[in-house]
Design a protein around this ligand. Structure first.
Ligand code: FCB
Length: 469
């Protein structure tokens, strides 16, 4: 499918200036964990804890991006990307999470962003993609309010050093995951199972976002949320209540905070805990104006509040508790759709649903899809990876983006997750999300069929850029 008419038919023609991107994160790709003064992060510790990562994998080398970034930017250029979303490793910049900056750490991101700009690729910088300096965790981690202030200092330092290299800064990637997988379910680092502290952590992650927005005073700043479409399993009162609760914790807790400076009342009531850690003025800080909302979207949840509900296939890979603080009774059931290798149901309609919802229910805000993609069990055959399912996934979700634009959503870009196969957190190297295959032994990179296809879609769109509307 290459001609312009075919693209139009498939709903894959986008307005001029639409950002064509791919995304990664520091810990998942960089490796070089002990180089140039980098300190330890909670993921270094977590991956060393027996039983926390499938296969006992760690990311000491990961896909060696720290040394191969030039080659990786060249791959991005081959794809024709106009934007690249990456994250900065906090412990490279401040090895212990506070105090003077480590210039060697910053230099890496200067080299990377220079290289991107040389190829006309717009760097989208994320400040925090879950690799908290271990020293800050030792001091209490995200449940400790002080971490939010440390984050604002770190953000200001990164902004100061890179503001001439980077146009768009974003704060915390998926605060839901950082708080609830890190401190309630224990699936992610630091692996604590302390429900109330997860809520504290969530609030302090939001506060960190707001403080950083203020401290950076950046030209263009964004916040990032992972949103799910959510359906009740049936029309029963319990199922409807389950849907309200999960939507509340997953979506509204963060959207309401970032975009309206408040928490939803019903969610606070579900928590039934003392909320004295929300201090006067916090909500105003958290609601500090931003320029763009980064939305990560993967799937739809179908939920039930009926007793004895059975969890769906998309359960955690390792022994962990419920992340759903205050709503632990809710079960996640199959919605009957095809799933990816993660067991995540494929539902591009959910993407249209969440985008139109944000546009309808919140103050106007430009958005980008900052992550979207799928893991499948790729097979290498004669030097090729035929991955029609990934291609179909991206195609369907891009068409959903186009549909959302047609419905009036101010959507300005799409970042595929991920540029390359990488370290998928508790799943280790077992799940491949990349458009680019990586041989984890030799570090060889290879464009999968989906990458070649994506490159063609980008090429067609960018070719017509100047005259598009
Ligand atoms: C998101 C994370 C990203 C990656 C994808 C699959 O939740 O932000 O790092 O793990 O899921």
């Amino acid at each position: 499918m290459t001609t312009q008419e075919e693209q139009t038919r498939a709903g894959l023609r986008f307005p001029a200036g639409f950002a064509w991107g791919a995304a990664t994160s520091a810990y998942q790709i960089e490796g070089a964990v002990a180089e140039d003064g980098r300190g330890a992060s909670i993921w270094d510790t977590f991956t060393r804890t027996p039983g926390r990562i499938l296969g006992g994998h760690h990311a000491d080398v990961a896909i060696d991006h720290y040394h191969r970034y030039r080659e990786d930017v060249a791959l991005m250029a081959r794809l024709g990307l106009s934007a690249y979303r990456f994250s900065v490793s906090w412990p490279r910049i401040q090895p212990g999470g506070s105090g003077p900056v480590n210039s060697k750490g910053l230099d890496f991101y200067k080299r990377l962003t220079d290289e991107l700009r040389r190829h006309d690729i717009d760097p989208w910088l994320t400040l925090y993609h879950w690799d908290l300096p271990q020293e800050l965790e030792d001091a209490g981690g995200w449940p400790n309010r002080d971490t939010a202030y440390r984050f604002a200092e770190y953000a200001a330092a990164v902004h100061e050093a890179l503001k001439d290299h980077v146009h768009t800064f974003s704060t915390v990637n998926e605060p839901w995951c950082a708080a609830f997988l890190g401190y309630a379910s224990g699936e992610h680092a630091p692996g604590r199972r302390e429900p109330e502290n997860a809520i504290r952590g969530a609030h302090h992650l939001n506060l960190a976002h707001g403080l950083a927005v203020q401290a950076m005073n950046a030209r263009r700043v964004g916040g990032c949320v992972n949103l799910y479409a959510i359906t009740p399993a049936t029309g029963s009162e319990r199922d409807l209540d389950a849907a309200r609760r999960i939507d509340g914790l997953q979506n509204r807790f963060f959207l309401d905070a970032l975009l309206m400076g408040r928490y939803p009342e019903d969610v606070l009531a579900d928590l039934s805990m003392e909320l004295d850690f929300i201090e006067p003025g916090d909500m105003r800080t958290i609601g500090a104006p931003i320029d763009v909302l980064l939305v990560n979207y993967y799937s739809r949840f179908t939920v039930s509040g009926e007793p004895g509900g059975r969890a769906s296939a998309a359960a955690a890979p390792t022994d962990s508790a419920s992340p759903w603080v205050g709503s632990e009774h809710v079960s996640f059931v199959s919605g009957g759709r095809p799933v990816t290798a993660m067991g995540w149901e494929i539902d591009e309609g959910g993407l249209v649903e969440i985008l139109t919802r944000v546009a309808r229910e919140y103050p106007p805000i430009p958005m980008v899809i900052s992550e979207n993609g799928a893991a499948f069990d790729d097979v290498l055959v004669d030097g090729r990876v035929h991955d029609p399912k990934r291609q179909a996934y991206v195609r369907a979700h891009l068409a959903a983006c186009r549909q959302a634009i047609d419905l009036g959503v101010p959507l300005e870009g799409y970042f595929a997750w991920s540029l390359m196969d990488n370290f998928e957190w508790a799943w280790g190297y077992g799940k491949r999300f990349g458009l680019v295959r990586v041989d984890f032994e030799t570090q060889e990179r290879l464009l999968k069929d989906s990458a070649l296809w994506y490159a063609e879609i980008i090429r067609q769109n960018r070719r017509h850029e100047p005259t598009d509307s």
